[in-house]
Design a protein around this ligand. Structure first.
Ligand code: BTN
Length: 262
């Protein structure tokens, strides 16, 4: 299992901005923290940080991201774009779509997007996106897109055993992390540029890859579970959930603690 290198990633990289600077670290707490530190030092739009291992990899809502050495891709991307507030949920959406595109190009599998920020294959989690933002001007203009993708994990510990998967498990053999990482940077480059263009194509594409449209789900919100059928799903507006009594409830992405198919 060879380590990622900036030189290998940048050779043949077809990207306008994303990956203009690449830092490959060995062991860090979280690549998102590394990216924030680079942002404070003035690193440019498109700077990326990869790590071989994270000791404090984090997910949404304070969860941890299992980041064993050399097995997955753990990366964070610094985006300096002034994005109107109403488009902010689309940053996660374009990152998830970039993950779908990259996994298809580099490994021949097409993951589905589990609202709001997971990529799943055969119902198991393959990847997750964690977007963090800060306002420097009057609107969000600095984002860190954290991406964790299970590539060569052969098995998962504890409760992850039942719910996580990797490209190696799905493909039945090792996958070249550099090829997947390069495909991801290229797809993120296109996706981040699309954030400044018309929204309907992003929403349509995202919806086409959404796993849960028309499915029965259980959603955990504010510590409580509700079940229903997904009538509509959109990266900005969230879910429309038809409850067993027929009532329709709207659920926004930031309130979703957990979502399971039932
Ligand atoms: C989630 O599923 O809740 C999001 C997981 C995001 C994990 C990635 S790994 C690289 C980056 N650094 C982190 O600490 N988290 C993100």
């Amino acid at each position: 299992m060879s380590a990622l290198s900036a030189k290998a990633l940048q050779s043949r990289l077809r990207a306008r901005t994303i990956g203009c600077r690449i830092h490959c670290k060995d062991r860090v707490a979280s690549t998102n923290d590394e990216a924030w530190a680079l942002a404070v030092e003035g690193a440019p739009d498109g700077t990326c940080v990869f790590a071989e291992e994270q000791t404090g990899g984090r997910g949404r809502l304070g969860r941890t991201w299992h980041s064993p050495r050399g097995a997955g891709l753990y990366l964070s991307l610094l985006l300096r774009r002034a994005i109107p507030l109403e488009r902010v949920p689309l940053v996660t959406a374009v990152a998830a779509l970039a993950g779908v595109e990259a996994v298809e190009a580099a490994a021949g599998l097409v993951p589905r997007i589990r609202f709001p920020n997971d990529l799943v294959v055969n119902g198991r989690k393959l990847a997750g996106v964690l977007v963090e933002s800060r306002f420097i001007s009057s609107r969000p203009d600095l984002f860190i897109i954290g991406f964790g993708l299970n590539v060569n994990q052969g098995e998962f510990p504890g409760e992850l055993r039942e719910i996580a998967t990797s490209l190696r498990i799905e493909k039945g053999g090792e996958v070249d992390r550099t090829a997947v990482a390069r495909a991801l940077l290229e797809a993120l480059d296109r996706g981040c540029d699309a954030l400044e263009g018309p929204l309907p194509p992003i929403r349509r594409l995202w919806r086409r890859h959404a796993e849960i449209l028309g499915r029965d789900v259980r959603v955990r919100l504010n510590g409580k579970s509700i079940s229903g059928r997904v009538d509509e799903v959109d990266p900005v507006d969230g879910l429309l959930l038809r409850l067993p009594g027929g009532e329709v409830r709207s659920v926004r992405s930031e309130h979703v603690e957990r979502l399971e198919l039932v």
